[in-house]
Design a protein around this ligand. Structure first.
Ligand SMILES: C[S@@+](CC[C@H](N)C(=O)[O-])C[C@H]1O[C@@H](n2cnc3c(N)ncnc32)[C@H](O)[C@@H]1O
Length: 853
């Protein structure tokens, strides 16, 4: 659901929240056995009544009256759990099909033995059938003993990054973004990151193992704790093409090079952050998630939607386009951007031709169609609503509404003209289908009747305030939007047994019209940011801050963010990626940053020196001595570029513990970010590639850095030294025992070769076949490799226990297959053969250092 996330809750509140949530779904005696696969929807929960909800949505006409009963019946039953199997090319076909086999059969065999009904089936509309729909709710999966093994299987695969549990409808927005592997994508409200994960999968889908796609994703979220959740989630993807930022989306920095800035030829001519695709999965009232968050039934009221509307407009406007001061427009940038775009085009975040998807998990037209209509209105034809009815034809969706009403203080309002003056700070003209303000609304003398409306619901007006004493004047003619809002998509629970979602696809088709400052102010005058975005307070929101979002991008590196967005470092300390080496923090800035300082305008200096408080600096790692020692030790081929691709989070290069690898696209963005005074507040970037390691035995290794499990798949095709090829028996031996003495390996030659390696990190590749490992074995997509540590007397695995377990399970079947076709080894290969891209085993979480400390 949307809103402020968990950040504001105390521990007691959270406990209460959890208990409450579990009670709501507690089974009554008359409920059928939840392990029954026959009909999931027959498990009826209680406490799912909210008459105000029924009253509101019936009147809004979101479903035909004859379908109402079916709609609410489904909405009041628990949501079946749905899953996605990672579809990025990091998973070879045989691993994927085995996963699918395990996934489907562990559930079918365990639960549905002899039952005809399918316990799990593919979601037919999801490309490649990578998504699955189960017949069990999340709670059932967690609590039902019959499902225990399957649940364990899911937890393990989820932790590894192979399978993600995600609501079916939540998977929809990224699919309509039409992302290509070379796209720059911005996910504006990204935490906890399920859609970011999908976007990364798409970006990585067609890239060959050992290479990186040209595109990248910036995943942003306002809530720093949720950002950490996102970092944890996306870590499972092992990507070098992701930057995680922590900004208010409506103020997301444009990173535009100052027009006076010395023109520097950047690759790709990046002179400003521009995106091919923007996902605006905005905070919302979340009533589309009622099936999985039943506590919302108690809380729901119409004020929730009202309180979020203006924030949603501001976020969508930032993603899609942004007005700039006319003065700024008159002076074109001298950067590459000016070459790409005409002067007057001031779109900041979306390229011409770029797509933006706006989505919510709410059914409320005030948060959906009204927001989209306002965006279109502001764009004056430069942005169009895309008809995507031919895309994903198997996904059942309904057209967006063209007309709706606004409910406030016990009255239905059909036009802004009816809004009493004292409510005009809360009920905005853009909430109505025409979007007309009180200046340009139709003459209120025509078609007006006086109507007092009460919803008759437990004396509650449904918007969190008491019904007004005085009748409200309402026009009788409902407004109808001029925009083709039928192109928006409404996904409703009873159509395909899902949650509810709203999705609109927008495309920028031409440069935006230039607005004068006066016009802009007139348009924006009622758009003020809610000071408090908490859902609980939505109905009593205070609007205190002046409209400033549209000016924000003109400001220099947003000093205000230094105060507003100070992260909670306590939370960040849990995550080594975000809080590396806090002790050494910001004692001095790295060379590259200092160089930049000399070149940027004076007023950016404060920002650069202080940077973002509580966030480790991002520093390009250029220490030649260390880089050369790593290259030499592992024999890393020159074809694998290091220059400009290595970063650390510590400006003191003598104390660097982790070195991250970044794609070229991320490198370009970081370079731009330095040039504009580090406007981006980066909480996480890059793929952990090398980590400082000292041997437990006290002996020092020639190279101080080991290869991390996350980074191994990428660099493996380029490594020429410190490699061992193990027979399945020895590979299994290693995984099972974690540490094996050289003389204890089944194959004595293998033990000998291991003993002859230089002390330190090495890579062990599983040889296909059960014969003695052949050093020159040709590696291919299905090759599996793990990082190990060569000590004085033994080899130690540097993969977590969980990863070992997962790999062992996966390999059991493979070992069986290998036994069946014994001797199937390509012995024709020779030592000179160039190493081919490899599917290395991806131990994503290698905080466990195996046998080393
Ligand atoms: C609907 S959730 C996003 C879910 C996410 N896209 C996913 O698929 O996992 C909305 C998110 O917006 C964040 N948020 C709220 N206000 C924001 C703002 N002004 N700027 C950026 N993010 C915001 C919340 O912290 C929350 O994580």
């Amino acid at each position: 659901m949307g809103g402020g996330g968990r950040g504001g809750r105390s521990r007691t509140q959270r406990k209460h929240f959890r208990q409450n949530r579990e009670n709501v779904w507690k089974r009554s005696k008359s409920d059928p056995d939840p392990s029954s696969t026959e009909n999931n929807t027959s498990w009826t929960p209680f406490a799912t009544e909210n008459a105000a909800f029924d009253f509101y949505y019936k009147e809004q006409g979101i479903v035909d009256p004859q379908q109402w009963e079916q709609f609410v019946a489904v909405l009041r039953t628990p949501l079946p759990a749905t899953f996605r199997i990672n579809s990025s090319s990091q998973f070879s076909d045989d691993i994927r099909s085995q996963l699918e086999y395990d996934f489907v059969h562990s559930l079918r065999d365990e639960v549905a033995e002899g039952v005809e009904t399918e316990a799990i089936r593919p979601l037919l509309w999801y490309p490649g059938n990578f998504a699955w729909h189960s017949n069990f709710s999340r709670m059932q999966l967690r609590k039902n003993q019959t499902l225990e093994r399957f649940h364990e299987f899911l937890k393990l695969e989820n932790e590894i990054g192979n399978i993600t549990r995600q609501e079916a409808v939540s998977m929809v927005p990224p699919l309509f973004l039409d992302v290509h592997s070379d796209h720059f994508v911005l996910d504006m409200c990204a935490a906890p990151g399920s859609k970011t994960f999908q976007l990364l999968e798409i970006i990585h889908q067609s890239s060959k193992a050992g290479s990186l796609p040209d595109g990248m994703v910036i995943a942003n979220d306002l809530d720093v704790q949720r950002c950490n959740l996102l970092i944890h989630q996306t870590k499972r993807m092992c990507t070098a093409n992701l930057i995680v930022t922590n900004h208010e989306a409506q103020h997301f920095p444009g990173c535009r090079l100052n027009r006076n800035y010395e023109r520097i030829k950047l690759d790709h001519n990046i002179g400003q952050l521009l995106f091919d695709r923007v996902l605006c999965d905005v905070p919302c009232s979340g009533d589309g998630t009622l099936r999985k968050a039943p506590d919302l039934w108690r809380k729901w009221n119409t004020g929730m939607g009202h309180g979020l509307h203006s924030l949603q407009v501001l976020i969508a406007m930032r993603g899609d386009f942004q007005f700039c001061s006319i003065m700024d427009s008159l002076v074109p940038s001298v950067t590459g951007l000016a070459v790409l775009f005409p002067y007057m085009d001031r779109i900041h975040l979306l390229k011409i031709g770029g797509r933006m998807v706006y989505s919510t998990c709410s059914m409320n037209p005030i948060e959906n169609e009204a927001v989209v209509a306002e965006v279109l209105r502001r764009c004056g034809g430069s942005v169009k609503l895309v008809d995507v009815s031919s895309e994903l034809p198997q996904l059942i969706r309904r057209p967006g509404l063209k007309k709706w009403k606004v409910y406030d203080k016990g009255s239905w309002l059909v036009s802004y003209n009816n809004v009493p003056k004292f409510r005009r700070s809360v009920i905005l003209s853009s909430m109505f289908p025409s979007g007309r303000g009180h200046h340009d609304a139709v003459d209120s003398s025509c078609n007006v009747n006086v109507e007092e409306v009460t919803n008759g619901v437990n004396g509650n007006a449904g918007d969190g305030v008491q019904p007004v004493q005085n009748p409200v004047i309402s026009e009788s003619v409902e407004e109808v939007s001029d925009f083709p809002l039928e192109h928006c998509m409404r996904i409703l629970p009873h159509d395909q047994n899902t949650g509810a979602f709203f999705v609109a696809v927008l495309q920028k088709v031409s440069p935006l019209p230039v607005f004068s400052e006066k016009t802009k102010l007139k348009i924006d005058e009622q758009y003020e940011e809610p000071a408090n975005q908490s859902l609980n307070d939505a109905q009593v929101q205070q609007i205190t801050s002046p409209e400033y979002a549209h000016e924000e991008n003109l400001k220099e590196a947003s000093e205000e963010n230094l105060d507003d967005n100070e992260p909670n470092t306590e939370d960040m300390e849990d995550d080594p990626v975000t809080c590396e080496e806090h002790s050494a923090k910001e004692t001095h800035v790295a060379d590259n940053v200092q160089n930049i300082t000399k070149r940027v305008p004076e007023k950016r200096k404060l920002q650069i020196q202080g940077k973002w408080r509580g966030v480790d600096p991002v520093v390009f790692f250029k220490d030649e001595t260390i880089i050369n020692s790593i290259r030499d030790f592992y024999g890393i081929n020159e074809r694998f570029p290091f220059n400009g691709h290595l970063v650390t989070r510590n400006s003191d290069t003598n104390h660097v513990k982790r070195i991250y690898y970044i794609s070229k696209s991320v490198k370009d963005v970081l370079e731009l970010n330095f040039k504009v005074g580090q406007q981006l507040k980066i909480t996480s970037v890059g793929l952990k590639m090398f980590e400082r390691q000292t041997a437990r035995e006290g002996s020092s290794a020639p190279c101080a850095f080991r290869i991390s499990s996350e980074g191994l798949p990428l660099v493996l095709p380029y490594i020429t030294k410190q490699i061992l090829h193990a027979s399945p028996a020895d590979f299994k031996h290693l995984l099972q025992n974690k540490e094996v003495k050289f003389e204890d390996f089944t194959d004595p030659k293998f033990g000998e070769k291991a003993a002859n390696l230089l002390p330190g990190c090495c890579v062990v590749i599983l040889s296909i076949g059960n014969t003695v490992a052949v050093e020159s074995l040709q590696v291919d997509e299905s090759t599996i490799a793990i990082g190990c540590w060569k000590g004085r007397a033994r080899l130690s695995v540097m993969v977590t226990a969980m990863d070992c377990q997962e790999l062992l399970e996966r390999l059991l079947i493979r070992f069986d297959n290998v036994n069946a076709s014994a001797g199937h080894v390509d012995e024709s290969s020779n030592d000179e053969k160039e190493i081919q891209p490899v599917q290395a085993f991806n131990g994503k979480n290698d905080d466990n250092d195996g046998g080393t400390r």
